[in-house]
Write a protein that binds this ligand. Structure first.
Ligand code: SAJ
Length: 477
């Protein structure tokens, strides 16, 4: 199949499109489809989200969406509802979290949101409709699980060789956008469209061609599922390798950041960044979707998960070791799962915070993207630390006041640009542990801090000039 076929068969501008799930992926997709001239109905099970969209309030904050959203609303090309309605095409953009598996030591995909979205679609499905699953799923889900639910409508999913009359067209096109750059990547990234038949792939690709400027490549549905899982698993395994290198370097007396930067000068080497763990709703989840299908074979993938999941405990141990008799107050900088976003999902910082508190260490946490008081109720509610042990500060300076250790977990721009000379006056002991690898050591040392870095042996005192060495950089954004 080739991209040249795209643009000839599908739902043209003005067609009715229904997007199920108005979250990080569904909402921007609905906005771009509307901006491309389709009449879009966004569907969500949460009434607050539906009401917000209809009232002109964005359910997610991402640069580049506001104007397109308001234009689409005011021109009547976008509205939201609790239930799907008959349309020409349907996009399923619902979460696929993972839950502990009863079958093996690990996690498996929870497809309940996909099931209920598909059951609702089956009520309104018509012959000739296109259905595209964007949610990340284990290999075989589109052609098995999803097809089965949709075919309960009495219609058949078109397969190569089947007569098209009375059929609907089913495809999987995994989302690939990175939080923080969603609008840009939705338009510019390449897309992989896997159909249950050639026609299904072409018709689905045609819809994307209305707003995607990246290359659209056609394949079968199970390959598209596997491609998505391989992308995120590559990143998870690569980060696990970087983290394991960091642990080894601490033992053998090498600075992992310098070593990775030098190794990455090889034209075929691209080692990612070590850190306090892997968070977000994708990278720590998606590798399990491969493991659940091949638990014995996918041993490396499983081991990588274990390495990354072990990093918060390592950070807690090293931080505790930098405190007098393992006691005192830690100023924890960065709660979100990665730099310059406010997303707390699966954030390793929360595991570090809970781990420190469990050792009786007081924590004053700060994050420029997380409102004071927004995180503590949930932590305390889960049997987490008491409010007198963990507090959220409104500034780095407030967090650092009287602290025995400044612990940086996330390389937010605010922290990279922080003037440590201001903090050194307020801390009780000027000690920094940078587990993000993002801070400039020389600046902190000049300000009077003893600087410790993840992946660098506890003893400081480099004997070679380091200035010419760049930093490892595995971040996409
Ligand atoms: N991280 C490291 N070291 C690195 C890079 C990242 O420790 O070198 C950590 C981050 O701090 C974070 C976690 O990994 O805790 C995940 O962050 P990320 O930026 O790698 O990924 P996500 O989850 O924000 O988005 C990923 C993207 N996938 C890839 O880059 C292959 C995105 O394109 C996908 O759309 C998204 O997953 C998804 O929805 O699947």
């Amino acid at each position: 199949m080739s991209v040249a076929e795209v643009g000839t068969l599908g739902v043209g501008p003005g067609g009715r499109v229904c997007v199920v799930g108005l979250g990080y992926i569904g909402f921007p997709t609905a906005v771009f489809l509307a901006a491309a001239g389709h009449t879009v109905l966004g569907v969500d099970v949460q009434k607050s989200v539906v009401d917000a969209v209809n009232a002109g309030i964005r359910p997610i904050e991402e640069e580049g969406l506001a104007d397109l959203f308001h234009t689409a609303l005011s021109e009547g090309r976008l509205r939201a509802s609790l239930k799907p309605e008959p349309a020409d095409a349907f996009f399923i953009c619902v979460p696929t979290p993972s839950r502990p598996s009863a079958r093996f030591a690990g996690r498996k995909a929870d497809l309940e949101y996909v099931r209920s979205a598909a059951q609702a679609l089956a009520q309104v499905l018509r012959p000739g409709n296109v259905v595209v699953l964007e949610s990340t799923v284990p290999p075989g889900t589109t052609s098995g699980f999803l097809r089965g639910i949709l075919e309960a409508s009495g219609l058949r999913a078109h397969r190569d060789g089947l007569a098209e009359a009375g059929c609907f067209y089913l495809a999987h096109c995994p989302e690939r956008v990175i939080p923080g750059r969603i609008a840009h990547e939705l338009v510019n990234n390449d897309r992989v469209v896997g159909g249950l038949s050639r026609e299904a792939a072409v018709r689905a690709a045609d819809l994307y061609a209305s707003f995607v400027e990246g290359r659209i490549t056609l394949t079968d549905a199970t390959t598209a599922e596997m491609v998505k899982l391989m992308e995120n698993t590559f990143r998870d395994v690569n980060i696990a390798l970087a983290n394991e290198f960091a642990l080894v370097c601490e033992e053998v007396g090498v600075d992992v950041w310098e070593a990775i930067a030098l190794a990455n000068r090889h034209p075929r080497v691209f080692i990612h960044r070590p850190g306090p763990g892997v968070g977000g709703h994708c990278i720590p989840v998606d590798p399990w979707f491969i493991v659940e299908r091949s638990p014995e074979t996918a041993a490396l993938i499983r081991q990588a998960r274990a390495v990354n999941d072990g990093m918060p405990a390592h950070v807690v141990d090293r931080a505790a070791g930098l405190l007098p008799r393992g006691r005192g107050t830690v100023a924890l900088l960065g709660l979100s799962y990665k730099p310059d976003v406010g997303d707390l999902r699966e954030s390793p910082s929360l595991a570090v915070l809970v781990g420190l508190a469990a050792k009786g260490i007081k924590v004053r946490a700060h994050d420029p993207f997380v409102a004071t008081g927004s995180i503590l109720p949930s932590l305390h509610g889960e049997g987490g630390p008491a409010p007198e042990v963990v507090a959220v500060a409104s500034s780095p300076a407030e967090a650092a006041e009287g602290a025995d250790l400044v612990l940086c977990l996330v390389g937010h721009r605010l922290y990279r640009e922080l003037d440590p000379a201001e903090l050194v006056r307020t801390v009780r002991r000027p000690v920094l542990f940078d587990a993000s690898g993002a801070l400039d050591r020389a600046t902190w040392e000049e300000a009077g801090f003893a600087v410790h870095v993840l992946g660098r042996p506890p003893v400081t005192g480099a004997s070679f000039p380091r200035a010419a060495v760049g930093r490892a950089d595995g971040t996409a954004g």
